[in-house]
Design a protein around this ligand. Structure first.
Ligand code: MG
Length: 393
């Protein structure tokens, strides 16, 4: 390995002040560092985040190669899916994973979910990763501000995670740093409690990385500690080569338009375990944050999901639930694809709903399911699969 491996780092994970389990996991095996935030509740999240970290360690490259690191994250995804299949009671489990390899001045990152990587450079804090979350989508579309997103009832809904989709893609980043820079990996238990400016101030005020980790966790707890809090702080060593500081995004996993995103939306935390629980949360929170109701409704209009009803796959536009009494979903198509003809794991996911980015991918998934039905199965032959359709509003 060229350049120095980082020898100054701090790390801390904390249960917070509300949760009964710590479902986060972290890793510091220089040059490899990672944070994972498990989801699924009833200890499933702990299992998922631990499996992800173990698989990452076993498959990670020795050098700061972001593409190879992404392949290790994909292997971790496969491991979580396999573990969920082997233990039926844990079929809902998943995890975020943000992994970094620090080699000299270069950092390679692979990332899925809403844990984050930041770089502190000359007093400024740069967010390196983009969250895969519903509120981040809405911010990118101009439907929500950063400030509003912190209070949004669906702020914990993530749109990409390990453990749900075999075709999941990790985003990768290649970052050039300068000596004295500081890398921070954190779960949303930190970033949901503290503004970026507060995080930057604490990183500045604590030269020792372990002190910084302690200070960050303490501040998140003082702010409410509503989730598990996990931080890894890595000081970048080495001597300056005059390369300057540059943050370059190499590649973002696309999530592959249709099937890639399907089923990847996994509400996290005990209270938000199922989509329906999220929907109930939306209803309550609508009373609190009425001003963002229209944005939520607009967002829902662009979404779609598949669900099993009366033994068949049904396609809805929107998201489950309602907002202040206004439905956020519209039944589009009742298909002739029988749940009984599908893979049991898929059937299980359909019971909870499989989300897609819009109607076209949902319909494509229906045809994919149909093509996989046994030939003798009713519904296997129909080209359209549509028995009735309700016009959308
Ligand atoms: Mg969390």
């Amino acid at each position: 390995m060229s350049g120095r491996t980082p020898d100054h780092y701090g790390l801390l994970t904390d249960i917070g002040r509300v949760r009964t389990h710590n479902e986060d996991a972290l890793l510091a095996e220089p040059p490899l560092f990672a944070v994972a935030d498990g989801l699924g509740g009833h200890q499933a999240g702990e299992i998922a985040s631990s499996i992800a970290i173990e698989t990452l360690v076993a498959n990670a490259p020795l050098h700061a190669d972001s593409k190879a690191l992404a392949r290790a994250v994909h292997a971790a995804n496969r491991s979580v899916i396999d573990a969920a299949e082997e233990r039926s009671g844990r079929s809902g489990m998943g995890t975020t994973l943000t992994a970094a390899i620090v080699e000299g001045s270069h950092i390679a990152i692979a990332h899925v979910g809403d844990s984050r990587a930041y770089l502190m450079h000359e007093g400024g804090l740069e967010r390196l990763t983009e969250d895969h979350s519903m509120v981040a989508d809405m911010i990118r579309r101009g439907q929500l501000t950063e400030e509003e997103s912190r209070r949004h009832p669906n702020r914990s809904v993530i749109t990409r995670a390990l453990g749900t989709d075999p075709n999941m893609c990790a985003d990768t980043y290649d970052i050039e740093t300068a000596p004295g820079d500081r890398l921070l990996l954190a779960s949303d238990g930190l970033t949901g409690m503290l503004e970026d400016a507060e995080i930057a101030a604490l990183l500045e005020a604590n030269p020792d990385p372990q002190d910084a980790a302690r200070a960050l966790v303490a501040a998140a707890n003082e702010a409410g500690g509503q989730d598990n809090i996990t931080v890894v702080v890595v000081d970048i060593g080495g001597s300056s080569r005059g390369r300057g500081w540059r943050a370059a995004r190499a590649s973002r996993g696309s999530g592959t338009a249709d099937a890639g995103e399907a089923g990847a939306s996994t509400p996290r935390s005990g209270a938000l375990r199922s989509w329906l629980a999220v929907a109930a949360f939306v209803l309550v929170a609508a009373l609190v944050v009425g001003g963002i109701g229209y944005a939520t409704w607009s967002y829902a209009r662009t979404q779609a999901y598949l669900v099993g009803e009366n033994g068949f796959v049904v396609v809805y536009r929107g998201v489950p639930g309602s907002l202040g009494g206004v439905s956020l979903h519209w039944r589009e198509v009742e298909t002739t694809v029988p749940i009984a003809g599908l893979d049991p794991l898929l059937a299980g996911r359909l019971a909870e709903g499989i989300r897609t980015e819009g109607l076209a991918p949902a319909l494509a998934l229906v045809e994919q399911y149909r093509s996989e039905l046994p030939i003798a199965m009713p519904g296997a032959q129909s080209p359209s699969g549509v028995t009735s359709a309700t016009p959308r509003p």
